[in-house]
Design a protein around this ligand. Structure first.
Ligand code: OVV
Length: 400
């Protein structure tokens, strides 16, 4: 009997339940240890939790496509809840052309020019927080900072911005199975969808900013007129809640592990890696799906054509086969290779912007704040894809 004839192990656990979200780590370990791929009967998906196989799948877009959806819904069988993304939910060659345009809009050079502006905002925010002393690290930092720099950088008008996080909440819940989180989010999404659709139009975007930049590519002939609003939609879908949860992850880590906060205070130049390590450690985007385009073999197990493969980015980022002391938050760690931003052709296009936001906010805090102490009840926020907190009450002490 060859390895490809081995019976696929199956489990009936639900990785989209609140019990799982409360503590996914024992289940991540179980999934990694049982086999390279495990069939989850509850949703008929093939789960991959080891680093190697997650990495391999991310780098094999021919066998594991995105055009049938990066969530559980198979677009070949079911209508997506909104028109597919031109970038996330696409394969080469269509993806390649759009992605090249998008990458130039969010290039390191473009992002670099935002540093001074972002730093001033972070400094003002920090002084305001210190004046109050007791704050909520999620609402007052992780949400407030990205909300005060990102919509501005896109070129959105002031009114209606309160729809942005709820809209992204729907997007990331919608990748999950048809559970209450997904169904309720979609049921309540109409006003958020209406807002986003409207803001994606050229006339509602300022003449500077990422939005106008996308429309300028219509002029240069790189994209069609009809593609521009959908690319702005990608910015609004993927550009805010992700960085909110990334920054939230970093603050949660630094509040829980004071030795690491001390290291960061000793050298605020470590802020960028402290942020990166938080992305590995908490993996704000926990999962994505692919669809098999033909029968494939994963770690010696056969998976049929047209099957949904569920990649546990968060489990891969803590796989002891890949990482030393994977369950330690270590701001000095060599984080390269983590899959918190994905990997391969779909790897996060906004990663440079995300890192700038994370680095600037964390280094500013490290320079001005002596201590961060958890001062109240920590509440988790439940989402089918995003991992993060609803509330993290902290007290901040000023550095003398
Ligand atoms: C990576 C990502 C997440 C959510 C939405 C999109 C992309 C999009 O392209 O709309």
């Amino acid at each position: 009997m060859t390895s490809t004839d081995r019976q696929m192990p199956e489990l009936d656990l639900d990785p989209f339940s609140t019990d799982f979200f409360d503590d996914p780590y024992p289940t991540h370990e179980r999934l990694r240890d049982i086999a390279p791929v495990v069939w989850l009967s509850k949703w008929d998906v093939y789960a991959i939790a080891r680093y190697k196989e997650v990495h391999d799948v991310l780098h094999d877009h021919r066998n594991f496509c995105s055009s049938r959806g990066a969530g559980l819904t198979d677009f070949a069988k079911e209508k997506p809840w909104r028109p597919p993304s031109l970038i996330l939910e696409a394969d080469p060659p269509a993806h390649t052309r759009i992605r090249a345009v998008f990458d130039r809009i969010l290039s390191p050079a473009v992002v670099r020019a935002l540093r001074e502006k972002f730093t001033r905002v972070a400094e003002d925010r920090t002084d305001e927080l210190l004046a109050r002393g007791s704050v909520d690290a999620i609402r007052d930092i992780a949400e407030a900072f990205p909300l005060s720099v990102f919509p501005e950088a896109v070129g959105l008008k002031k009114e209606g911005r309160e729809h942005l996080l709820p809209y992204a909440g729907v997007v990331f819940n919608a990748f999950g199975p048809p559970n209450q989180l997904r169904q309720q989010a979609i049921e309540r999404s109409a006003p958020h969808q209406a807002y986003v659709l409207e803001q994606c139009q050229r006339e509602n975007l300022s003449t500077e900013g990422f939005g106008a930049c996308i429309y300028s590519r219509v002029e240069s002939g790189d994209i069609a007129e009809a593609e521009a609003p959908l690319l702005v939609r990608t910015l609004l879908s993927a550009g805010l809640d992700t960085t909110v949860n990334g920054l939230g992850a970093a603050l949660y880590c630094l509040a829980r592990f004071p030795d690491q906060w001390r290291l960061l205070r000793d050298d605020p130049g470590r802020a960028r890696n402290a942020f990166e390590e938080a992305i590995r450690y908490e993996s704000p985007v926990q999962t994505f799906f692919r669809t098999t385009t033909q029968e494939v073999t994963i770690g010696g197990f056969k998976v049929g054509a047209g099957k949904k493969v569920l990649m546990f980015l968060g489990a891969a980022n803590r796989d002891p086969r890949k990482w030393e002391h994977p369950d330690s938050y270590d701001i000095g760690r060599r984080t390269s290779g983590h899959v918190g931003f994905g990997s391969g052709i779909h790897m996060c296009s906004g990663q440079f912007l995300a890192r700038l936001e994370g680095e600037v906010m964390l280094s500013t805090l490290a320079k001005r704040v002596r201590a961060i102490e958890i001062s109240g009840e920590i509440k988790r926020r439940y989402n089918n894809t995003l991992r993060g907190l609803e509330s993290l009450p902290i007290t901040l002490k000023r550095a003398s």
